[in-house]
Design a protein around this ligand. Structure first.
Ligand SMILES: Cc1cc2nc3c(=O)[nH]c(=O)nc-3n(C[C@H](O)[C@H](O)[C@H](O)COP(=O)(O)OP(=O)(O)OC[C@H]3O[C@@H](n4cnc5c(N)ncnc54)[C@H](O)[C@@H]3O)c2cc1C
Length: 381
């Protein structure tokens, strides 16, 4: 595995793996059981440099490339998906659009604080009537005397309600061109009157990640909090999702890798009929298929990252990676549970959580069906 990776990536992987094994894994089962987002863990992840990974050092980031970032998510998801979701959403959806589309003043104001683990920033596209159809957004922002007055609500938002959730990039209707909505992205800090968050509980997956419903009632933010240009909100949000899809793919790959390693280890020690179950053809065929899927997923994802790092178009490959990695996360975690037998269904075994956590990956940041539409459109161009 990874024979073609340069030494800097191998060293970085080892560093993040050590952190994930020593700091994240020991608390994963307990946080999942309590359904608790840990601010303490988020701060430790910040101290370990897991926020602002691709941001320049002058803005408080790590100055690393996208492939490094993806390797970091992969390694965290290899032990637990919830903190991987916190990192992926904050880096790809929280920080990146501010860096890519923000003014110099916005970058200086927002980004350094978001690289430390003391504050998280969210991305607000989804609403009750705007899921796959992003243009279904109904939140409005009216410009009155130099202030945006925001009204509406957002749904399922990651990193939105914990004590360190600092605000959201909010997609809102700022006007109409005939029957077409003018959609604009607006940086909306949380410490603003009328901004209310309600944590979403009883999730199947990502139980120790922070997801919330949020409502805005006459929330006032300064006119200069517009991100990019007026009317370019959809472009900003969709191009942010291209990069975000790579991080969801990395979560699928890391989850599959973790599930596979657990199943492999278990198959060597679990004996039935007087032999380790790994010696039965029914099991070792499963292991072969799992390993092959992971290898193919990794190659596709890393190729997409290298294209992005080289400034080449990567949108189609990002969609393919997200589609494929999320699919194999489902298949590999399912087979891992099968190899564990009844023990794989018990909460004390990490593999049970992996089987639940993978389910979001075929839905968030573009469902598998929508991704197939995206890929087909590229192919038919
Ligand atoms: C845990 C979690 C975290 C999330 N975090 C965020 C976040 O931080 N920010 C954010 O903005 N959003 C977030 N989301 C929202 C997520 O991106 C949406 O759930 C996703 O885009 C799908 O939208 P939906 O759930 O409304 O499903 P729908 O769009 O209602 O889709 C339902 C089904 O219909 C299918 N479908 C829809 N349209 C078509 C079509 N044209 N052709 C074929 N099939 C179609 C879909 O594929 C799906 O199977 C999060 C969601 C979850 C569950």
């Amino acid at each position: 595995m990874n024979e073609l990776l340069e030494k800097n990536y191998i060293d970085y992987r080892e560093k993040v793996r050590a952190f994930a094994e020593e700091v994240i894994k020991p608390v994963a089962i307990e946080l999942d059981r309590k359904e608790e987002f840990s601010v303490e863990l988020a701060k430790k992840m910040g101290e370990a440099g897991l926020f602002g990974i691709t941001m320049p050092r002058e803005l408080g980031g790590q100055g690393l490339d996208y492939l490094s970032y993806i390797i970091a998510i992969e390694e965290v998801a290899r032990v637990d998906s919830s903190p991987a979701a916190t990192i992926a959403a904050h880096n790809s959806l929280g920080i990146t659009p501010i860096y890519q589309f923000g003014t110099e003043a916005q970058k200086q104001e927002f980004i350094p604080g978001l690289c430390t683990g003391e504050k998280l920033w969210a991305f607000g596209l989804t609403e009750v009537n705007a899921g796959s159809d992003a243009k279904g957004v109904e939140t409005t922002a009216d410009l009155q005397e130099g202030q945006w007055i925001i009204n509406g609500s957002k749904m399922f938002i990651t990193n939105a309600a914990s004590d360190i959730a600092a605000g959201i990039t909010n997609l809102a209707i700022t006007g109409w061109n005939g029957d077409q909505k003018e959609l604009t992205a607006i940086l909306t800090p949380r410490d603003t009157a009328g901004y209310v968050t309600v944590p979403m509980r009883d999730k199947l997956m990502w139980r120790s990640a922070d997801n919330a419903i949020m409502t805005f009632k006459n929330v006032k933010v300064p006119e200069e909090n517009i991100l990019g240009k007026r009317g370019e909100g959809i472009k900003i949000m969709l191009s942010t999702l291209d990069g975000g899809r790579l991080s969801i793919a990395a979560m699928g790959l890391g989850l599959a890798q973790g599930a596979y390693e657990m199943a492999l280890a278990h198959s060597k020690v679990r004996k039935q009929f007087g032999r380790p179950i790994s010696e039965f053809q029914g099991i070792y065929f499963k292991l072969a298929e799992m390993a092959t899927k992971i290898e193919l997923a990794r190659n596709t994802l890393y190729k997409a990252c290298r294209l992005k790092d080289a400034g080449q178009p990567f949108g189609e490959l990002a969609a393919m990676s997200k589609l494929y990695c999320s699919q194999i996360a489902k298949e590999v975690s399912d087979e891992a549970v099968q190899i564990f037998g009844g023990y794989g269904l018990m909460r004390e075994n990490h593999v049970e959580r992996f089987y639940r956590d993978q389910r979001l990956l075929q839905i968030g940041e573009g469902t598998s069906e929508i991704l197939k539409m995206v890929i087909a459109r590229y192919e038919l161009k």
